[in-house]
Design a protein around this ligand. Structure first.
Ligand code: DLL
Length: 435
Protein backbone atom coordinates (compact mmCIF):
# COMPACT_ATOMS: atom_id res chain seq x y z
CA UNK A 1 0.00 0.00 0.00
CA UNK A 2 1.37 3.39 -1.02
CA UNK A 3 2.06 5.76 1.86
CA UNK A 4 1.96 9.54 1.68
CA UNK A 5 3.25 12.12 4.08
CA UNK A 6 0.91 14.91 3.01
CA UNK A 7 -1.68 13.02 1.03
CA UNK A 8 -3.96 15.93 0.27
CA UNK A 9 -1.37 17.85 -1.68
CA UNK A 10 0.55 14.86 -3.03
CA UNK A 11 -2.63 13.59 -4.70
CA UNK A 12 -4.34 16.93 -5.39
CA UNK A 13 -6.08 17.63 -8.70
CA UNK A 14 -4.21 19.59 -11.35
CA UNK A 15 -6.61 22.53 -10.86
CA UNK A 16 -5.81 22.64 -7.15
CA UNK A 17 -2.07 22.52 -7.77
CA UNK A 18 -2.24 25.20 -10.45
CA UNK A 19 -4.35 27.46 -8.28
CA UNK A 20 -1.89 27.11 -5.37
CA UNK A 21 0.99 27.82 -7.73
CA UNK A 22 -0.73 30.89 -9.20
CA UNK A 23 -1.37 32.42 -5.84
CA UNK A 24 2.09 31.68 -4.46
CA UNK A 25 3.92 32.82 -7.57
CA UNK A 26 2.16 36.19 -7.63
CA UNK A 27 2.95 36.75 -3.94
CA UNK A 28 6.59 35.66 -4.33
CA UNK A 29 7.27 37.92 -7.30
CA UNK A 30 5.81 40.90 -5.47
CA UNK A 31 7.85 40.19 -2.35
CA UNK A 32 11.07 39.62 -4.24
CA UNK A 33 10.55 42.82 -6.26
CA UNK A 34 10.09 44.81 -3.08
CA UNK A 35 12.92 43.24 -1.07
CA UNK A 36 15.71 42.21 -3.42
CA UNK A 37 17.28 45.02 -5.47
CA UNK A 38 18.90 42.45 -7.76
CA UNK A 39 15.53 41.05 -8.93
CA UNK A 40 13.95 44.48 -9.09
CA UNK A 41 16.73 45.75 -11.35
CA UNK A 42 16.53 42.67 -13.55
CA UNK A 43 12.77 42.96 -13.90
CA UNK A 44 12.98 46.66 -14.70
CA UNK A 45 15.61 45.88 -17.31
CA UNK A 46 13.31 43.23 -18.82
CA UNK A 47 10.36 45.64 -18.72
CA UNK A 48 8.29 43.44 -16.37
CA UNK A 49 6.33 44.74 -13.40
CA UNK A 50 5.06 42.56 -10.57
CA UNK A 51 1.47 43.27 -11.76
CA UNK A 52 2.33 41.61 -15.09
CA UNK A 53 2.70 38.25 -13.31
CA UNK A 54 -0.86 37.10 -12.68
CA UNK A 55 -0.53 33.34 -13.07
CA UNK A 56 2.00 30.65 -13.92
CA UNK A 57 1.32 31.36 -17.60
CA UNK A 58 3.19 34.64 -17.09
CA UNK A 59 6.26 32.93 -15.64
CA UNK A 60 8.03 33.04 -18.99
CA UNK A 61 8.05 36.86 -18.81
CA UNK A 62 10.48 36.76 -15.91
CA UNK A 63 14.23 36.77 -16.52
CA UNK A 64 16.27 33.65 -15.70
CA UNK A 65 18.68 33.45 -12.76
CA UNK A 66 22.06 31.80 -13.02
CA UNK A 67 24.75 30.48 -10.70
CA UNK A 68 26.78 33.53 -11.69
CA UNK A 69 24.12 35.77 -10.10
CA UNK A 70 24.73 34.07 -6.76
CA UNK A 71 28.44 34.59 -7.11
CA UNK A 72 28.03 38.25 -8.12
CA UNK A 73 25.83 38.97 -5.10
CA UNK A 74 27.94 36.88 -2.68
CA UNK A 75 27.23 36.23 0.12
CA UNK A 76 23.78 37.59 1.01
CA UNK A 77 22.73 39.76 -1.94
CA UNK A 78 19.76 37.59 -2.98
CA UNK A 79 18.30 37.16 0.50
CA UNK A 80 14.74 38.47 0.71
CA UNK A 81 14.48 38.79 4.50
CA UNK A 82 16.60 40.61 7.10
CA UNK A 83 19.43 38.52 8.56
CA UNK A 84 17.70 38.39 11.92
CA UNK A 85 15.10 36.10 10.34
CA UNK A 86 17.68 33.77 8.81
CA UNK A 87 18.27 30.76 11.05
CA UNK A 88 20.50 28.62 8.82
CA UNK A 89 23.07 29.07 6.11
CA UNK A 90 24.19 26.42 3.61
CA UNK A 91 26.73 26.77 0.85
CA UNK A 92 28.08 24.84 -2.07
CA UNK A 93 31.39 25.28 -3.77
CA UNK A 94 30.86 23.13 -6.85
CA UNK A 95 33.93 22.24 -8.79
CA UNK A 96 35.02 25.75 -9.67
CA UNK A 97 34.82 29.28 -8.37
CA UNK A 98 33.53 31.07 -5.35
CA UNK A 99 31.04 29.39 -3.00
CA UNK A 100 27.37 30.09 -3.41
CA UNK A 101 25.52 30.88 -0.19
CA UNK A 102 21.84 30.32 0.62
CA UNK A 103 19.75 31.05 3.72
CA UNK A 104 16.65 29.65 5.39
CA UNK A 105 14.09 31.07 7.81
CA UNK A 106 12.48 28.84 10.42
CA UNK A 107 9.51 28.40 8.09
CA UNK A 108 11.82 27.48 5.19
CA UNK A 109 13.38 24.72 7.31
CA UNK A 110 9.94 23.41 8.19
CA UNK A 111 9.00 23.17 4.53
CA UNK A 112 12.32 21.54 3.72
CA UNK A 113 11.74 18.95 6.43
CA UNK A 114 8.27 18.28 4.98
CA UNK A 115 9.70 17.80 1.50
CA UNK A 116 12.30 15.32 2.78
CA UNK A 117 9.65 13.59 4.91
CA UNK A 118 7.60 13.08 1.73
CA UNK A 119 10.65 11.47 0.10
CA UNK A 120 11.36 9.21 3.05
CA UNK A 121 7.71 8.19 3.31
CA UNK A 122 7.56 7.36 -0.38
CA UNK A 123 10.52 5.03 0.23
CA UNK A 124 8.52 3.25 2.94
CA UNK A 125 10.12 4.95 5.94
CA UNK A 126 8.03 5.47 9.11
CA UNK A 127 8.59 6.49 12.72
CA UNK A 128 9.67 2.88 13.36
CA UNK A 129 12.76 3.24 11.20
CA UNK A 130 16.39 3.90 12.04
CA UNK A 131 17.80 6.19 9.38
CA UNK A 132 21.56 6.28 8.91
CA UNK A 133 22.33 9.61 7.30
CA UNK A 134 25.65 9.17 5.52
CA UNK A 135 25.49 12.35 3.49
CA UNK A 136 27.94 14.98 4.67
CA UNK A 137 26.73 17.22 7.49
CA UNK A 138 27.86 20.80 7.34
CA UNK A 139 27.46 23.43 4.66
CA UNK A 140 26.44 20.70 2.18
CA UNK A 141 22.65 20.32 2.29
CA UNK A 142 22.56 16.50 2.15
CA UNK A 143 23.16 15.63 5.81
CA UNK A 144 20.94 18.14 7.58
CA UNK A 145 18.28 17.89 4.85
CA UNK A 146 17.78 14.13 5.20
CA UNK A 147 18.15 14.43 8.98
CA UNK A 148 15.33 17.01 9.11
CA UNK A 149 13.06 14.73 7.08
CA UNK A 150 13.72 11.79 9.41
CA UNK A 151 13.07 13.97 12.46
CA UNK A 152 9.82 15.20 10.94
CA UNK A 153 8.64 11.61 10.55
CA UNK A 154 9.63 10.72 14.06
CA UNK A 155 12.12 8.17 12.76
CA UNK A 156 15.44 7.70 14.57
CA UNK A 157 18.21 9.56 12.76
CA UNK A 158 21.84 8.47 13.07
CA UNK A 159 23.92 11.47 11.92
CA UNK A 160 26.81 9.31 10.70
CA UNK A 161 27.87 11.89 8.07
CA UNK A 162 30.52 10.72 5.59
CA UNK A 163 33.88 9.10 6.16
CA UNK A 164 35.29 6.51 8.50
CA UNK A 165 33.66 3.87 6.37
CA UNK A 166 34.60 0.95 8.60
CA UNK A 167 32.84 2.66 11.50
CA UNK A 168 29.80 3.28 9.29
CA UNK A 169 29.55 -0.48 8.79
CA UNK A 170 29.83 -1.13 12.53
CA UNK A 171 27.10 1.45 13.17
CA UNK A 172 24.90 -0.04 10.45
CA UNK A 173 25.30 -3.49 11.94
CA UNK A 174 25.20 -2.72 15.66
CA UNK A 175 22.61 0.07 15.68
CA UNK A 176 20.31 -1.80 13.29
CA UNK A 177 19.97 0.89 10.61
CA UNK A 178 16.97 0.15 8.39
CA UNK A 179 17.25 3.08 5.98
CA UNK A 180 20.43 4.50 4.44
CA UNK A 181 20.77 8.00 2.98
CA UNK A 182 23.99 8.65 1.03
CA UNK A 183 25.30 9.35 -2.42
CA UNK A 184 24.92 6.26 -4.64
CA UNK A 185 28.69 6.06 -5.13
CA UNK A 186 29.23 6.06 -1.36
CA UNK A 187 26.57 3.36 -0.99
CA UNK A 188 28.60 1.14 -3.30
CA UNK A 189 31.75 1.87 -1.34
CA UNK A 190 29.92 0.98 1.88
CA UNK A 191 28.95 -2.31 0.21
CA UNK A 192 32.60 -3.02 -0.63
CA UNK A 193 33.71 -2.36 2.92
CA UNK A 194 30.86 -4.50 4.25
CA UNK A 195 32.13 -7.37 2.13
CA UNK A 196 35.75 -6.75 3.14
CA UNK A 197 34.66 -6.96 6.77
CA UNK A 198 33.47 -10.50 6.11
CA UNK A 199 29.79 -9.58 6.21
CA UNK A 200 26.98 -9.77 3.69
CA UNK A 201 23.62 -8.05 3.30
CA UNK A 202 22.18 -10.73 5.57
CA UNK A 203 24.18 -9.37 8.50
CA UNK A 204 22.59 -5.91 8.27
CA UNK A 205 18.99 -4.71 8.35
CA UNK A 206 18.67 -2.14 5.60
CA UNK A 207 15.35 -2.19 3.74
CA UNK A 208 15.53 1.08 1.79
CA UNK A 209 18.10 3.55 0.59
CA UNK A 210 17.54 7.14 -0.52
CA UNK A 211 20.32 8.10 -2.83
CA UNK A 212 21.01 11.29 -4.74
CA UNK A 213 23.24 14.34 -5.14
CA UNK A 214 24.89 12.90 -8.26
CA UNK A 215 23.76 11.18 -11.45
CA UNK A 216 23.42 7.40 -11.23
CA UNK A 217 22.08 4.84 -13.63
CA UNK A 218 19.51 2.09 -13.16
CA UNK A 219 22.33 -0.43 -13.56
CA UNK A 220 24.01 1.13 -10.55
CA UNK A 221 20.70 0.94 -8.70
CA UNK A 222 20.59 -2.82 -9.30
CA UNK A 223 24.14 -3.28 -8.00
CA UNK A 224 23.43 -1.30 -4.83
CA UNK A 225 20.18 -3.21 -4.23
CA UNK A 226 21.88 -6.54 -4.75
CA UNK A 227 24.86 -5.80 -2.50
CA UNK A 228 23.08 -4.06 0.36
CA UNK A 229 19.80 -5.99 0.23
CA UNK A 230 17.57 -2.92 0.02
CA UNK A 231 15.28 -1.10 -2.36
CA UNK A 232 17.05 1.98 -3.73
CA UNK A 233 15.17 5.25 -4.29
CA UNK A 234 16.34 8.38 -6.03
CA UNK A 235 16.13 11.87 -4.52
CA UNK A 236 16.95 15.12 -6.29
CA UNK A 237 17.67 18.64 -5.22
CA UNK A 238 20.14 21.47 -5.31
CA UNK A 239 21.43 24.00 -2.84
CA UNK A 240 20.18 27.03 -4.76
CA UNK A 241 16.59 25.76 -4.75
CA UNK A 242 16.57 24.13 -1.27
CA UNK A 243 18.68 20.98 -1.04
CA UNK A 244 17.52 17.35 -1.20
CA UNK A 245 13.76 16.87 -1.54
CA UNK A 246 12.96 19.11 -4.51
CA UNK A 247 11.89 15.83 -6.15
CA UNK A 248 11.70 12.23 -4.98
CA UNK A 249 10.95 8.76 -6.24
CA UNK A 250 7.86 6.74 -5.31
CA UNK A 251 7.32 2.97 -5.37
CA UNK A 252 6.74 3.05 -9.15
CA UNK A 253 10.29 4.30 -9.79
CA UNK A 254 9.41 5.84 -13.13
CA UNK A 255 10.74 9.30 -12.40
CA UNK A 256 10.81 11.66 -9.44
CA UNK A 257 7.77 13.62 -8.25
CA UNK A 258 8.51 17.32 -7.97
CA UNK A 259 7.12 19.05 -4.87
CA UNK A 260 5.10 21.40 -7.05
CA UNK A 261 3.37 23.19 -4.21
CA UNK A 262 6.81 24.66 -3.41
CA UNK A 263 8.66 24.63 -6.75
CA UNK A 264 7.48 25.34 -10.27
CA UNK A 265 9.43 23.45 -12.91
CA UNK A 266 9.98 24.40 -16.54
CA UNK A 267 12.02 22.63 -19.19
CA UNK A 268 13.80 24.90 -21.63
CA UNK A 269 16.06 24.71 -24.62
CA UNK A 270 19.43 25.52 -23.04
CA UNK A 271 20.60 27.37 -26.14
CA UNK A 272 17.58 29.58 -26.86
CA UNK A 273 15.88 29.72 -23.45
CA UNK A 274 12.58 28.76 -25.12
CA UNK A 275 10.16 26.79 -22.91
CA UNK A 276 9.69 23.27 -24.29
CA UNK A 277 6.54 21.13 -24.21
CA UNK A 278 6.22 18.32 -21.63
CA UNK A 279 7.96 15.15 -22.71
CA UNK A 280 10.82 16.99 -24.43
CA UNK A 281 14.33 16.79 -23.08
CA UNK A 282 15.88 20.06 -21.96
CA UNK A 283 17.34 22.03 -19.07
CA UNK A 284 15.34 22.05 -15.84
CA UNK A 285 14.47 25.49 -14.49
CA UNK A 286 12.97 25.96 -11.01
CA UNK A 287 11.10 28.80 -9.34
CA UNK A 288 10.64 28.70 -5.56
CA UNK A 289 7.18 29.84 -4.51
CA UNK A 290 7.24 29.37 -0.74
CA UNK A 291 10.81 30.15 0.27
CA UNK A 292 11.09 33.23 2.49
CA UNK A 293 14.85 33.77 2.75
CA UNK A 294 16.03 32.63 -0.67
CA UNK A 295 13.18 32.55 -3.20
CA UNK A 296 15.08 32.07 -6.42
CA UNK A 297 13.19 32.78 -9.65
CA UNK A 298 13.58 30.75 -12.86
CA UNK A 299 16.87 29.21 -11.79
CA UNK A 300 18.85 27.57 -14.60
CA UNK A 301 19.97 24.29 -13.03
CA UNK A 302 22.02 23.02 -15.99
CA UNK A 303 20.49 19.60 -15.27
CA UNK A 304 19.11 17.82 -18.29
CA UNK A 305 15.78 16.06 -17.89
CA UNK A 306 12.28 15.46 -19.16
CA UNK A 307 9.00 16.08 -17.30
CA UNK A 308 5.78 14.10 -17.65
CA UNK A 309 2.35 14.75 -16.25
CA UNK A 310 0.58 11.42 -16.65
CA UNK A 311 -1.03 10.22 -13.47
CA UNK A 312 1.33 7.93 -11.60
CA UNK A 313 0.16 4.51 -10.42
CA UNK A 314 1.31 5.47 -6.92
CA UNK A 315 -1.62 7.91 -6.80
CA UNK A 316 0.50 11.05 -6.69
CA UNK A 317 -0.44 13.76 -9.13
CA UNK A 318 2.77 15.78 -8.72
CA UNK A 319 4.60 16.13 -12.02
CA UNK A 320 7.50 13.73 -12.56
CA UNK A 321 11.01 14.42 -13.84
CA UNK A 322 13.24 11.71 -15.25
CA UNK A 323 16.53 10.96 -13.57
CA UNK A 324 18.70 13.86 -14.69
CA UNK A 325 20.79 12.56 -17.52
CA UNK A 326 23.68 14.75 -16.49
CA UNK A 327 24.41 18.42 -16.53
CA UNK A 328 24.92 20.64 -19.55
CA UNK A 329 28.29 21.43 -18.03
CA UNK A 330 29.13 17.71 -17.50
CA UNK A 331 28.44 16.90 -21.09
CA UNK A 332 31.71 16.21 -22.80
CA UNK A 333 32.17 17.27 -26.38
CA UNK A 334 34.70 14.89 -27.86
CA UNK A 335 35.66 15.57 -31.44
CA UNK A 336 32.30 17.30 -31.83
CA UNK A 337 30.27 14.41 -30.39
CA UNK A 338 28.24 14.86 -27.19
CA UNK A 339 29.08 12.30 -24.53
CA UNK A 340 27.51 11.96 -21.08
CA UNK A 341 29.44 10.05 -18.39
CA UNK A 342 26.17 8.23 -17.57
CA UNK A 343 26.16 6.62 -21.04
CA UNK A 344 29.58 5.16 -20.36
CA UNK A 345 28.51 3.98 -16.91
CA UNK A 346 25.58 2.09 -18.41
CA UNK A 347 27.88 0.12 -20.73
CA UNK A 348 30.37 -0.73 -17.99
CA UNK A 349 27.78 -1.92 -15.53
CA UNK A 350 25.92 -3.94 -18.16
CA UNK A 351 29.19 -5.78 -18.86
CA UNK A 352 29.57 -6.73 -15.20
CA UNK A 353 32.03 -4.10 -13.99
CA UNK A 354 31.46 -2.20 -10.76
CA UNK A 355 30.87 1.55 -10.84
CA UNK A 356 34.53 2.29 -10.24
CA UNK A 357 35.73 4.14 -13.29
CA UNK A 358 37.19 7.42 -14.37
CA UNK A 359 37.04 9.16 -17.72
CA UNK A 360 40.15 11.04 -18.79
CA UNK A 361 39.78 13.49 -21.64
CA UNK A 362 42.81 15.06 -23.26
CA UNK A 363 43.81 16.91 -26.39
CA UNK A 364 46.95 16.48 -28.49
CA UNK A 365 47.59 18.05 -31.89
CA UNK A 366 44.12 19.61 -31.81
CA UNK A 367 42.48 16.21 -31.49
CA UNK A 368 40.47 15.15 -28.45
CA UNK A 369 41.04 11.76 -26.93
CA UNK A 370 38.99 9.90 -24.36
CA UNK A 371 40.25 7.15 -22.13
CA UNK A 372 38.02 5.15 -19.82
CA UNK A 373 39.88 3.65 -16.88
CA UNK A 374 37.85 0.77 -15.55
CA UNK A 375 38.57 -1.16 -12.43
CA UNK A 376 38.52 -4.94 -12.66
CA UNK A 377 36.53 -6.80 -10.05
CA UNK A 378 38.47 -9.27 -7.89
CA UNK A 379 37.07 -12.20 -9.91
CA UNK A 380 38.09 -10.66 -13.23
CA UNK A 381 41.55 -9.88 -11.92
CA UNK A 382 42.50 -13.54 -11.99
CA UNK A 383 41.74 -13.74 -15.73
CA UNK A 384 44.55 -14.60 -18.12
CA UNK A 385 46.27 -11.89 -20.14
CA UNK A 386 44.41 -13.10 -23.20
CA UNK A 387 41.07 -12.80 -21.39
CA UNK A 388 41.92 -9.28 -20.32
CA UNK A 389 42.85 -8.28 -23.87
CA UNK A 390 39.51 -9.68 -24.99
CA UNK A 391 37.69 -7.71 -22.31
CA UNK A 392 39.39 -4.49 -23.41
CA UNK A 393 38.43 -5.05 -27.05
CA UNK A 394 34.87 -5.92 -26.11
CA UNK A 395 34.43 -2.76 -24.06
CA UNK A 396 36.02 -0.56 -26.71
CA UNK A 397 33.65 -1.99 -29.31
CA UNK A 398 30.60 -1.47 -27.09
CA UNK A 399 31.61 2.13 -26.35
CA UNK A 400 32.19 2.84 -30.03
CA UNK A 401 28.74 1.54 -30.90
CA UNK A 402 27.10 3.60 -28.19
CA UNK A 403 29.03 6.85 -28.45
CA UNK A 404 29.82 6.82 -32.14
CA UNK A 405 33.47 7.63 -31.46
CA UNK A 406 36.46 5.58 -30.37
CA UNK A 407 37.42 5.52 -26.69
CA UNK A 408 40.51 3.85 -25.28
CA UNK A 409 39.81 1.43 -22.45
CA UNK A 410 42.40 0.80 -19.74
CA UNK A 411 41.61 -1.96 -17.27
CA UNK A 412 43.14 -1.24 -13.89
CA UNK A 413 43.65 -3.34 -10.76
CA UNK A 414 40.93 -3.64 -8.13
CA UNK A 415 40.89 -0.81 -5.57
CA UNK A 416 42.95 1.65 -7.59
CA UNK A 417 40.30 4.19 -8.62
CA UNK A 418 39.81 6.58 -5.67
CA UNK A 419 36.55 5.99 -3.77
CA UNK A 420 34.33 8.93 -2.94
CA UNK A 421 32.43 9.60 0.26
CA UNK A 422 30.34 12.32 -1.32
CA UNK A 423 29.94 13.04 -5.02
CA UNK A 424 32.14 10.80 -7.18
CA UNK A 425 34.61 12.49 -9.53
CA UNK A 426 34.04 10.68 -12.81
CA UNK A 427 35.74 12.95 -15.31
CA UNK A 428 39.22 14.39 -15.50
CA UNK A 429 39.23 16.83 -18.38
CA UNK A 430 42.84 17.72 -19.01
CA UNK A 431 41.78 20.04 -21.86
CA UNK A 432 40.50 22.47 -19.25
CA UNK A 433 44.00 22.71 -17.83
CA UNK A 434 45.32 23.54 -21.29
CA UNK A 435 42.76 26.32 -21.99
O1 DLL B 1 23.45 17.62 -4.12
C1 DLL B 1 21.52 18.29 -2.85
C2 DLL B 1 21.22 16.86 -2.57
C3 DLL B 1 21.73 16.25 -1.45
C4 DLL B 1 20.39 16.14 -3.42
C5 DLL B 1 21.44 14.93 -1.19
C6 DLL B 1 20.07 14.83 -3.16
C7 DLL B 1 20.60 14.22 -2.04
P1 DLL B 1 24.26 20.44 -4.67
O2 DLL B 1 25.51 20.03 -3.99
O3 DLL B 1 23.96 21.89 -4.81
O4 DLL B 1 23.02 19.84 -3.91
O5 DLL B 1 24.25 19.76 -6.09
C8 DLL B 1 23.14 19.85 -6.92
O6 DLL B 1 23.61 17.70 -7.92
O7 DLL B 1 22.07 20.28 -9.84
C9 DLL B 1 22.43 17.86 -9.94
O8 DLL B 1 23.35 18.15 -10.97
C10 DLL B 1 23.05 16.90 -8.95
N1 DLL B 1 22.04 16.03 -8.38
C11 DLL B 1 21.39 16.15 -7.21
N2 DLL B 1 20.55 15.09 -7.04
C12 DLL B 1 20.66 14.31 -8.15
C13 DLL B 1 20.06 13.10 -8.58
C14 DLL B 1 22.76 18.52 -3.69
N3 DLL B 1 19.19 12.43 -7.84
C15 DLL B 1 23.37 19.09 -8.20
N4 DLL B 1 20.42 12.61 -9.79
C16 DLL B 1 22.16 19.09 -9.10
C17 DLL B 1 21.32 13.26 -10.56
C18 DLL B 1 21.61 14.92 -9.01
N5 DLL B 1 21.93 14.39 -10.20
Amino acid sequence: MERYYQKEIETASRETIVSIQNERLVATVKRVYENVPFYRDKMIEAGVKPEDIRSIDDLCKLPFSYKKDLRDTYPYGLFAVPMKDVVRIHASSGTTGKQIVVGYTKHDLEIWNDCCARALTAAGCTSEDIVQVSYGYGLFTGGLGADGGAMRLGATAIPASTGNTQRQITIMHDFGSTVLCSTPSYALHLAEVLEASGMTKDDIHLKAGIFGAEPWTNEMRRQIEEKLGLKAYDIYGLTEVMGPGVAFECSEQTGMHINEDHFIVEVIDPDTGEVLPDGTQGELVFTCITKEAFPILRYRTRDIGVITREKCACGRTLVKMTKPRGRTDDMLIIRGVNVFPSQIETVLLEKGYAANYQIVVDRANHTDSIEVQVELTNEMFSDTVRDLAKRTKELEAALRTLLGIGAKVSLVEPNTIPRSEGKAVRVIDKRKLLD
